[in-house]
Design a protein around this ligand. Structure first.
Ligand SMILES: [Fe+2]
Ligand SMILES: [Fe+2]
Length: 347
């Protein structure tokens, strides 16, 4: 490097430099890269090394004509149900990323949130691609011609209606709840997601689905690791008040996530009375198509195991676990005070 010659003199104002104006808060410019949690920084680096591209899955091997019409509809339906969760992922974590910047969270937290946003975009792309092959125009922009198709189209419309409700709740929750409350919900979503995809990866008969679910499952495990690392930092300082809110959030998480992990609990999801019956018919078609959808009993078992793990984790920090009578899990009964506003959609 050649040395530049500096001719210009420094200007020092009389009475010293003027202090720059205070930056109003919250503001997205932390202008620093503080690292408090090395482990999170390492996870972020790993997320880049583990990056994968949904476009590179062997899509050529997934041919609509290899399935019956009912099976294609069943597969599309399952991905539409998944998309009701995964399609919220990018926006949910993008919002959380902005929040982390506003709150001047340490740099690895911001970066990890960004990486989850990236991953969720990939997961959503998988739904998009699978649906485009199986049912062009799906999930909503097509005209059903048979009773089965009308049932699928109608159920998806109801799901979307519910998904829309949760977005409003989440938008409010991000500003309203403290980080531990938000993260507990995220943690539950990631536990659910990693459990779901691990189960499906082992059950899927088609290589595209098997590989897709294995990769998504790996991402979700990393998301879970991120949430756990952040929670271990946040949980020690909890007040009883926040603990109680977390107990409610865990119940809300169960109610929300059961739709994809198992079946929606009674009395909360805003669905027509025939929804569940037709949902089961459509899920059966997806199951028979070799998508890897577990049986009703296996799903319940899987979900119960995931919840048991969450229960052990939160009880370590003195947080009461909510009762989940649907899965024979006892605990504090908070079901009466769960509303749509409590749901923090995550996956
Ligand atoms: Fe995901
Ligand atoms: Fe996730």
């Amino acid at each position: 490097m050649t040395e530049a010659k500096v001719d210009r003199q420094l200007e020092i104002p009389e009475g010293g430099f003027w202090p720059a104006p205070q930056v109003p808060q919250p503001n997205i410019y932390p202008m620093e890269w503080r690292v408090e949690t090395q482990k999170l920084a390492a996870i972020y680096q790993k997320s880049k090394v583990m990056a994968w591209n949904p476009a590179d899955l062997p899509w050529d091997g997934l041919r609509a004509e290899d399935f019956t019409t009912e099976q294609r509809l069943g597969i599309m339906y399952w991905f539409a149900v998944l998309a009701n969760f995964d399609a919220s992922g990018p926006a949910v974590f993008a919002r959380a990323t902005i929040r982390a910047f506003e709150k001047h969270e340490e740099d690895p937290v911001r970066k990890c949130f960004f990486s989850i946003t990236r991953d969720e975009m990939n997961h959503e792309e998988c739904c998009q691609r699978a649906i485009a092959i199986m049912w062009p125009g799906g999930p909503m922009s097509w005209t059903p011609a048979t009773d089965l198709e009308r049932a699928a189209h109608n159920n998806i419309g109801w799901l979307y209606h519910n998904g829309g409700r949760y977005w409003n709740g989440y938008s409010k929750a991000v500003g309203k709840y403290s980080l531990p409350v938000l993260f507990t919900s995220f943690m539950m979503g990631e536990m659910a997601a990693s459990t779901l995809f691990r189960g499906m990866a082992s059950g899927a008969r088609h290589p595209v689905f098997a590989e897709m679910f294995a990769r998504i499952g790996r991402d979700e495990s990393r998301h879970l690791q991120i949430c756990m690392t952040i929670l271990e930092k946040e949980w020690p300082g909890l007040t009883d008040d926040v603990r109680m809110t977390i107990t409610r959030q865990l119940r809300a998480g169960f109610v929300f996530l059961s739709m994809i992990l198992w079946e929606p609990p009674e009395g909360f999801w805003d669905l027509p009375p025939y929804f569940l019956n037709n949902h089961r018919v459509l899920m059966d078609h997806a199951r028979q198509a070799g998508l890897g959808v577990l049986s009703y009993g296996e799903q319940a078992e899987n979900w119960r195991n995931a919840i048991a793990k969450i229960r052990v984790i939160v009880q370590r920090w003195g947080i009461d676990f909510p009762a989940v009578p649907e899965l024979d899990i006892d605990g504090v009964d908070v079901s009466a005070d769960i509303s749509a506003d409590d749901i923090i959609p995550v996956f």
